[in-house]
Design a protein around this ligand. Structure first.
Ligand code: NAP
Length: 279
């Protein structure tokens, strides 16, 4: 029988996940189908019951359901519990178990570009769900400093306080981070600022960017945000959110099918859909 997978979110029509996963099912000869479902907040509980009743093998969860889905699941992976958000659900014989592959997906993509994180001074911009997942996973890697800045500093403070791993860290406002930008080797941008259609915005001024630093923006539409363009012009190495996207998807694919998929193939598929060259 065909295995069923999906992604739920609101909005969902621009999701790249169906084409990426359906391509993998073809490549690995898996009799399965992955579909995008538009689920509004008020229908989330019914949708989860529906997935269970219909015997879906697993599904992804995106904005705005990553936190709200937690009480609707039967079991939670400890990292997803600490992060407080789920992006991947596995149906284990009728038991729905929630995982978070966003942070690990980000770090895997990052480690393809830089050799190690210990000693590195890191700044994360933003303190939403994605930032929380990335912060906790980065903290586990033991960087020399892991600062976080956000428009609402109380949210950044909460992430530092809740982090289950010991790391030297500070919660800052955006201006404080801007004034000391030259201390950071690695800057990770996690807000939606700069995302299409609002592509001429940037979340932070980079006048004081350290030469030779690495700037990663988890947005992948556009493939080069204003922040990345400015950082590249100042000689920084840059990375967009495509690597994180394919790696979080690859980790979900492995949980569902027990196969480590071909990352390059996944990236090419998404790039083709986005119609551009990656950085
Ligand atoms: P979220 O939970 O809504 O968090 C948004 C963050 O951005 C918050 O820190 C928020 O600050 C800040 N922010 C939003 N609008 C702002 C503004 N106008 N000025 C200043 N700060 C603003 O969202 P999320 O789930 O973390 O997702 C964030 C971004 O990551 C989205 O663009 C999403 O598409 C992308 N993402 C990419 C991947 C990938 O695979 N590449 C995976 C997940 C998410 P406040 O706390 O002050 O509100």
């Amino acid at each position: 029988m065909k295995k069923l997978f999906g992604v739920i979110g609101d909005p969902i029509e621009h999701s790249m996940s169906p084409s990426m996963h359906n391509e993998l099912f073809q490549v690995y000869g898996i009799n399965a189908n992955y579909h995008a479902f538009h689920v509004k907040k008020e229908n989330l509980s019914d949708a989860v019951k529906g997935f269970k009743a219909l015997g879906f093998a697993g599904f992804n969860v995106t904005v705005p359901h990553k936190e709200a889905i937690i009480p609707l699941l039967d079991e939670l992976d400890p990292l997803a519990k600490a992060i407080g958000a789920v992006n991947t659900v596995v149906n284990e014989n009728g038991n729905l178990k929630g995982f978070n592959t966003d942070g690990s997906g980000f770090v895997k993509g990052l480690l393809e570009r830089i050799s190690m994180l210990s000693e590195k001074k890191v700044l994360i911009i933003g303190a939403g769900g994605a930032a929380r997942a990335i912060y906790f996973t980065m903290a586990k890697e033991g960087p020399g400093l892991l600062d976080i800045c956000n428009r609402t500093v109380t949210k950044a403070n909460l992430i530092v306080k809740d982090c289950p791993y010991q790391v030297t860290a500070r919660a800052l406002n955006i201006e404080e981070a801007e004034h000391q930008l030259e201390i950071y080797d690695l800057i990770i941008q996690t807000t939606p600022i700069g995302m299409a259609p609002d592509i001429e915005r940037s979340p932070i001024s980079i006048h004081k960017l350290k030469s030779g630093s690495f700037v990663s923006d988890i947005i992948y539409n556009p493939l080069e945000t204003k922040l990345l363009r400015e950082a590249g012009n100042k000689g920084a190495e840059i990375q967009n959110g495509l690597d994180m996207f394919v790696h979080q998807g690859a980790l979900a694919f492995k949980k569902w099918n027990g196969i480590v998929p071909d990352i390059k193939r996944m990236k090419d598929k998404v790039l083709k859909q986005l119609g551009g060259l990656s950085c």
